[in-house]
Design a protein around this ligand. Structure first.
Ligand code: GDP
Length: 579
């Protein structure tokens, strides 16, 4: 990992310590020895400074009542960080950030399973992030509906019964190869195919999963090499990975004009709404991509869903977070309101349910978090994304970011601290910057390196990597991208570039409403508005479907549905929100 080790002045002492320690993690010195030393020093500092770094460190650790008892547990936590083994219970091993404490009334096991969102049927050590990641965040602001929990457990049972390696799966594949659809098949499938970068993929997997939940299908994902080893299996006792040898879905065939696409089959008279299931082709392709700013293959109508429901096999490729369109499908409306009484928690809950970095990626996340972020009083994430199709000059983007910081008071002002602010002395705000480029980090870090703050707070600035360009097909590049999405999601406040699905995923996991750095108009170089606060923690669907269904009337749903509005960053996009 291309790690920037430079630190702000306030943290230069431990920064130096990190510099010395960092290379040794990959060398001959065992991480456990280094960490015992580090944590011993930390305990001493806590004693000496009366907890200035983390006064609540022992007491906020859910299981520890004294700093001395925390040491061996934390040590073992780090020993297992990068590996695939280790049986230390998650809640005993992590130092939660100072301002995060487990709610007293909930039990640890409930916490670990996010109130029942996660299945208890997994082996903990095989995927540590499943249990540890949430300890780095404040508790979810959105209560979980018991109905959703029931629905997920039911889904898991279905996936186990119909998933790869089962008799049902073999039978369904045989039928697909035989070139026919089957009437009333017990198991139905939706197969997800990848498109675009990691953020887009995570959003489309989530939308596809929501569709599978609503339509009684099993979701299988076609994992290309660049995505291998990123995520743990989300469903117990089975796999979500599409087995090799799946006979359909040649990437060259999955496009707008594909004759197998639902819309083209309808247009060409291959199928009709009343075609019996047994007379349908062996699969249907759903091309749910943005086309001329609209979502192609309009399938979000009851009639279409009734026809699509007859297919055993469905192949789906999408570049869009199409979950809002499911909320607009009349037949799913009631079910969705039971699953998500707070609609804007849709991605938040489903994303936290589905995505868990593998131990390898979690090692990156955990090392970085513990080294730089764990002891900050507040964490602020900035994600700066420059899109090739609408490049913004560095100085314009930097100016916009600093305007946003100033206007929204995201960071303390520069200047000599007043006597009244002396109490803030020693408080640390950690800024995490995610960007493909190093310039924003260099400049912001420089500001707080060279100047004091009026509040007396210390601002420590970090950037885990700067990859320079996106590499959709590089596995290593995607590991870093995933780690950074997670690190951003541990921030208390997030400001992010408009249009970025990378940022959407991070704030959705966090459950915080971000500030969005508005993109300049197409004919302008600068945006007059620096940033606006999002009204919701839901991602934006960039390209709305044409609704009105068979009538093909174009309806602006944002004006008729009380829980849909246009996105702050994409004027014609749609976003779920709660009042
Ligand atoms: P979007 O294009 O911003 O909507 O987000 P995507 O995640 O779909 O695609 C952008 C891709 O570029 C990411 O998946 C990464 O591969 C890369 N990328 C963009 N910004 C960053 C960043 O801040 N850090 C890292 N490591 N990669 C990034």
């Amino acid at each position: 990992m291309d790690v920037k080790w430079a630190r702000s002045p306030r943290s230069s002492a431990d920064g130096d310590d990190d510099k010395r320690r960092a290379p040794r993690w990959g060398g001959a010195v065992r991480p456990s020895m280094v960490l015992v030393g580090f944590l011993f020093t930390l305990s001493l500092l806590v004693l000496i400074f009366g907890g200035r770094w983390g006064g609540s460190l022992p007491s906020t650790s859910p299981s520890s009542s004294s700093s001395s008892s925390a040491v061996p547990e934390v040590t073992s936590h780090h020993v297992v960080a990068g590996g695939d083994t280790g049986t230390v219970p998650a809640q005993k091993t992590t130092i939660p950030p100072k301002n995060v404490s487990a709610p007293a009334a909930t039990t640890l096991s409930q916490d670990k399973l996010l109130g029942g969102l996660l299945s208890a049927a997994f082996d903990e050590s095989s995927c540590q992030s499943r249990y540890k990641s949430s300890l780095y965040r404040k508790p979810s602001p959105f209560p979980l509906s018991p109905y959703l929990v029931k629905k997920l457990r039911k889904y898991e049972a279905r996936h186990k019964k119909c998933g790869p390696g089962t008799k049902s799966y073999r039978k369904a594949i045989e039928q697909l190869q035989a070139g026919r659809n089957v009437d009333n098949s017990e198991c139905k499938y939706v197969v997800w195919f990848p498109c675009n970068g990691l953020g887009n993929r995570m959003l489309t997997i989530t939308s596809t999963f929501l569709y599978a939940l609503l339509s009684g299908r099993v979701m299988l994902v076609n994992v290309h090499q660049e995505q291998q080893g990123l995520f743990c299996e989300p469903f117990p006792g089975t796999s979500w990975v599409l087995p090799a040898g799946f006979p359909e879905g040649n990437p060259g065939k999955l496009h707008f004009d594909a004759p197998e696409s639902y819309v083209n089959m309808l247009k060409n008279g291959v199928i009709r709404g009343d075609t019996p299931a047994g007379a349908l082709p062996p699969y249907v392709y759903l091309h749910v991509e943005q086309s001329r700013l609209r979502l192609s293959d309009n399938i979000f109508c009851d009639d279409d869903q009734a026809t699509l429901g007859k297919f055993t096999w469905m192949i789906l490729k999408s570049d869009s977070y199409f979950a809002p369109a499911l909320f607009l499908t009349p037949m799913y409306e009631k079910e969705l309101s039971r699953m998500f009484p707070q609609r804007e928690s849709t991605f938040h809950h489903l994303g936290r349910y589905l995505f868990h970095p593998t131990n390898k990626v979690w090692g990156i996340v955990q090392r970085y978090y513990e080294a730089y972020l764990a002891r900050a009083d507040e964490k602020i994430g900035f994600q700066i994304r420059i899109f090739p199709e609408k490049p913004v000059k560095f100085e314009n983007m930097y100016d916009q970011l600093t305007r946003c910081i100033r206007e929204q008071r995201l960071l303390p002002e520069l200047g000599e601290p007043t006597a009244a602010n002396a109490t803030a002395d020693g408080k640390v705000k950690a800024v995490l910057i995610a960007s493909l480029y190093p310039g924003y980090y260099d400049k912001i870090r420089g500001l707080y390196y060279e100047n004091p703050t009026k509040t007396g707070e210390v601002v420590a600035v970090y950037q885990p990597s700067h990859e320079e360009k996106q590499e959709y097909t590089s596995n290593q590049h995607n590991q870093k991208a995933l780690a950074e999405i997670y690190l951003l999601s541990y921030c208390d406040k997030i400001a992010m570039s408009a249009w970025s699905t990378f940022g959407y995923v991070a704030y959705g996991f966090a459950g915080v409403k971000p500030w969005i750095l508005i993109r300049p108009d197409w004919d302008k170089e600068v945006s007059q508005i620096a940033c606006v606060r999002s009204t919701s923690v839901e991602p934006c669907l960039h390209s709305p479907p044409i609704l009105g269904c068979r009538a093909k009337r174009d309806v602006d749903v944002a004006t008729v549905k009380p829980y849909i509005r246009h996105c702050e960053d994409v004027g014609f996009g749609l976003k779920i929100f709660d009042n």
